[in-house]
Design a protein around this ligand. Structure first.
Ligand code: CMP
Length: 217
């Protein structure tokens, strides 16, 4: 038997989409490694749910409560049928103590997460809502865009975008409608398509200038 399936026999759990693994502020005694599927990490701020990240194959979560001895910092929900390794505190600590390679991978991942959190802070501090959406579209185009004949297609719903930037759905839809009018995106086929990447870049530069200089009249 391969080492992966041995691991799965010992720690694995098959978890259907829609399962809430834990809720923000719950006590936490386990961490999770995704082998198949997707898990959404989110936080509720006032009454708006903000998606911090959607994690996929090979990624881990739930380590913070164990490392810091604090309650869960966010909620974890399975959003695509998944196979997940569930590792208890003692096994996690033994794994880290016994394997520098695993420890290094975790440190690298935590650094990347901190950097992403810094970017989000910057984003929340300076940017108006349109800039936030435009920046997010540019980021998703780079990281997860699917080239098609009509442009770069993004496999996200309006609610996904709203969750990622911490705005209401209606606000997001109204900004997307404006981006359709200036021919940056196309929503006519039911998906979000970046129909003109150069126009998106130009519009981002325009928004940056406006932030720098304000409205000049
Ligand atoms: P824990 O606090 O145990 O439970 C929630 C988990 O979500 C947390 O551990 C991290 O693994 C993960 N998490 C929290 N904040 C972020 C973030 N900003 N980006 C990615 N993952 C996060």
């Amino acid at each position: 038997m391969g080492s992966e399936s041995q691991l799965f026999q010992r720690f694995g759990r098959v978890v259907p989409s829609g399962t809430l693994l834990f809720h923000e502020n719950d006590p936490g005694e386990e961490m999770f490694i995704i082998q198949v599927g997707k898990v959404k990490i989110s936080k509720k701020v006032r009454n708006i749910e903000k998606t911090l990240v959607v994690l996929g194959k090979g990624e881990f979560f739930g380590e913070m409560a164990i490392l810091n001895d604090k309650p869960r910092s966010a909620t974890a929900e399975v959003v695509e049928d998944s196979e997940i390794l569930v590792i208890d505190r003692k096994t996690f600590e033994t794994m880290i103590r016994g394997n520098a390679e695993i420890a290094l991978r975790i440190i690298k991942k935590l650094s990347a997460r901190l950097q992403e959190a810094d970017n989000q802070i910057e984003n929340l501090m300076i940017r108006d809502n349109t800039s936030r959406i435009v920046d997010l579209l540019a980021k998703l185009t780079r990281e997860a865009g699917k080239p098609t004949g009509r442009g770069v297609e993004l496999n996200y719903t309006f609610d996904d975008l709203a969750g990622m930037v911490g705005l209401g759905r209606e606000q997001v839809v109204s900004i997307l409608d404006k981006l359709v009018k200036i021919q940056v995106i196309d929503l006519s086929g039911g998906a979000i398509v970046i129909s003109n990447k150069e126009q998106l870049d130009r519009f981002m530069r325009y928004m940056e200038m406006r932030e720098m200089f304000g409205e000049f009249s």
